[in-house]
Ligand binder design. Structure first.
Ligand code: 5AD
Ligand code: SF4
Length: 471
């Protein structure tokens, strides 16, 4: 008998990929995917711990399942992802009707856990070791990368795929929970990565996005020596069928000249660089233990401008980190103005249990001040994004068409012309009037108008020059 699974994913691209993997695995165990929790035998929640708000949303979604479980005790409810690793037993305490808690380093255990739950062995938990629970190698081994056969049907589009190259993080920024939830940094072997990329290309992937918390710090030591990010990109570039290679997220200190030159020399590699600065103030960066100063960041930024002048750079900022003064904050404004990022993701600092900042620093910036700084920084970034997008009016850009836009989703499904959306190789979003069959094509779009986040264009018509009939 086939069983049904519903999965709700929140958080980063790693979680999106983990959900794809878990579903591929469950399908091999006889499950089919359904779109609503009401139809499902198994309800999975893939969770995020990066900020408190993400966790509270999950706990409130779980709370709503209390009645569902009371009416349908035969349904299995599982919590996976970073919150599962971080909160462990707390999840059973706050939501006693949950049957399974699975950390991101133990996803392979899900089918076995399901068998145990359904055969009446009671609730199950599979989590990795904490950073202090053993020797580094033992802790690392308990955080396993989970990359079984790929399932193209689970991807947002069949021609775009994520590919994990690294798990965990050893940078220990003081605000961040990731080194605890995802464990020590480990690079996957280049052989495994390349063979998975070949499978993806055979499945029709035109664009792959390599994932790692600090993806440009990638390294793997094997019998033939060490492979770094530049070496890996060179190997992936040779794969037929792939048209674009992207990668996120980068760590400023590891953006070396060698890597930038490799990106420049490999046409399929996207010159889009997401390199979070987090703050424009040296004092704040020091308390964050980011490992660089603004002078270092600017040196890196100038290196990008020199070697890869066509690159688009984006950033993350945290506002209201412990001890951030108005003066510190103004330095973040200044950094955005100096670097003119393509876009920035801006977050209000949220204390995370288990981090150095939670233990040693005081969360002393009032909520209203965090909100005001968030708005101010966003406004500065939006103005800059719009100004820089305006320079593209009249240009023609190559777009990988992803599918109908959100606006088209609301329009008549049989309409011959719908608004389509896609991205340039520098990750700029482009919308244009087209048709649904264009999804998955690389098309030239001429830009007519822009907003802060979107380029608006039309399909560039090819000029036909009549040369007369030969003969
Ligand atoms: N509070 C707010 N934002 C955070 N981030 C990471 N940890 C926290 C936190 N405790 C942000 C950083 C990171 C992005 C993914 O989330 O900017 O780059
Ligand atoms: Fe978190 Fe810092 Fe690692 Fe990024 S580099 S995942 S912010 S600890």
């Amino acid at each position: 008998m086939t069983k049904t699974v519903y999965i709700k994913t929140v958080g980063c691209q790693m979680n999106v990929l983990d959900s794809e993997m878990v579903i591929a695995d469950l399908k091999r165990h006889g499950y089919t995917v359904v779109d609503s929790p009401g139809e499902a035998d198994l309800l999975l929640y893939n969770t995020c711990s990066i900020r408190e708000q993400a966790e509270e949303k999950t706990y409130s979604a779980l709370g709503k399942l209390k009645e569902t479980k009371a009416r349908h005790p035969e349904k299995t409810i599982g919590v996976m992802g970073c919150m599962a690793q971080k909160d462990q037993e707390t999840i059973f305490r706050r939501a006693p009707f949950v049957d399974m808690v699975v950390g991101p380093g133990q996803l392979h255990a899900i089918p076995d856990m399901l068998t145990k739950v359904t055969s009446g062995e009671g609730r199950q938990m599979a989590v990795s070791l904490g950073r202090k629970d053993g020797k580094q190698t033992v802790v690392a081994r308990s955080h396993e990368t989970f990359d079984p056969l790929r399932d193209p049907t689970m991807r947002p589009t069949p021609f775009q795929a994520y590919l994990r190259i690294q798990i965990g993080c050893d940078k220990f920024c003081t605000y961040c929970v990731v080194p605890n939830t995802r464990g020590p940094e480990q690079g996957r072997s280049p052989e495994e990565i390349v063979s998975e990329a070949r499978v993806l290309a055979e499945q029709g992937a035109l664009e792959i996005t390599l994932l790692g918390q600090t993806v440009n710090s990638y390294r793997h030591r094997g019998p033939d020596g060490e492979t770094d990010m530049a070496g890996l990109l060179e190997r992936l570039h040779d794969i037929d069928g792939l048209k674009r290679i992207k990668f996120v997220t980068n760590y400023p200190k590891d953006m070396t000249a060698r890597l930038l030159e490799t990106i420049r020399d490999l046409p399929k590699v996207s010159p889009y660089l997401h390199v979070p600065a987090q703050s424009g103030s040296d004092a704040v960066l020091k308390r964050m233990k980011r490992g660089y100063t603004i002078a270092d960041y600017m040196e890196m930024f100038e290196r990008i401008e020199t070697i890869l002048p066509e690159a688009s750079v984006s950033s993350d900022f945290i506002v209201g980190f412990c001890g951030e003064t108005d003066e510190d904050f103004q330095k973040s404004v200044k950094l955005i103005e100096r670097c003119r990022f393509k876009n920035s993701f801006i977050f209000q600092y949220s204390v995370r249990e288990g981090t150095k900042a939670a233990a040693n620093l005081i969360d002393d910036v009032p909520r209203e001040v965090k909100a005001a700084r968030n708005n101010e920084l966003l406004a500065v970034q939006d103005r800059i994004s719009k100004e820089d997008n305006q320079k593209l009016i009249g240009d023609t850009v190559e777009v990988l068409v992803e599918g109908p836009s959100k606006k088209a989703d609301r329009s008549d499904p049989d309409a011959p012309v719908v608004q389509m959306t896609g991205r340039t190789i520098c990750d700029r979003i482009v919308v244009f009037d087209g048709n649904r069959r264009q999804a998955g094509q690389l098309m030239d779009i001429q830009i007519d108008d822009v907003s802060s986040h979107t380029l608006i264009g039309r399909v560039k018509t090819v000029e036909v020059v009549s040369l007369g009939m030969p003969g």
